[in-house]
Ligand binder design. Structure first.
Ligand code: ADP
Length: 162
């Protein structure tokens, strides 16, 4: 059974994340989307909010074989505990590549048996990040088309309170 782990901050989940998840779910028997709890970044959305948002998207989009979790500590340790042989990441631009390149080297050092697979962002998503969504939303701009429609209202309302 091929199990993939898609780790990230997802603060909040965007259409770019959803695109990666769609493709991953068609390749793996099971995919765990797992939210990093101990990120150095101070998240805007709580852990529970992010879990709820992603679960809503998965159920709305009808994606099978996907489960949402949270974790802290080393990603490869979490992957091993789940029996996942693959990490799933998205690549937008050169800046992502540099970061992913060094993370891959470190993860291989820690767990050579785990491979990371990368999905290229759609060109129209290459500019899209959670931080841009937070910025636009908290300044009162429209985030329509940037986040899955079923969670747009929840995210808009939450960011308006910032
Ligand atoms: P992290 O804090 O681990 O970078 P993110 O939530 O920002 O977590 O992103 C999780 C993963 O999804 C990363 O691999 C990131 O490159 C990828 N990703 C983020 N935005 C997009 C996008 N617009 N298109 C494709 N992949 C993306």
């Amino acid at each position: 059974m091929k199990i993939g782990l898609y780790p990230g901050s997802f603060d909040p989940f965007t259409v770019g994340h959803l695109d990666v998840l769609w493709h991953a779910s068609s390749l793996f028997d099971r995919v765990y989307v797992s939210i990093l709890r101990n990120s150095a970044k101070q998240p805007v959305f709580t852990e529970e909010e992010r879990v709820d948002l992603i679960r809503k998207v998965i159920s709305d989009a009808g994606i099978d074989r996907v489960e949402v979790l949270t974790f802290d500590g080393l990603t490869v340790k979490h992957a091993k505990a789940l029996g996942a042989g693959y990490l799933i990441r998205g690549l937008r631009a050169i800046t992502d590549f540099e970061y992913e390149f060094s993370m891959d080297a470190l993860n291989r050092h820690l767990a050579p048996e785990i491979q990371t697979v990368y999905f290229m962002a759609k060109p129209e998503h290459s500019f899209l990040s959670s931080s841009k969504v937070r910025e636009i939303g908290s300044l009162g701009g429209s985030i329509h088309g940037l986040v899955p429609e079923c969670i747009e209202k929840m995210i808009t309302e939450r960011l308006a309170q910032q």
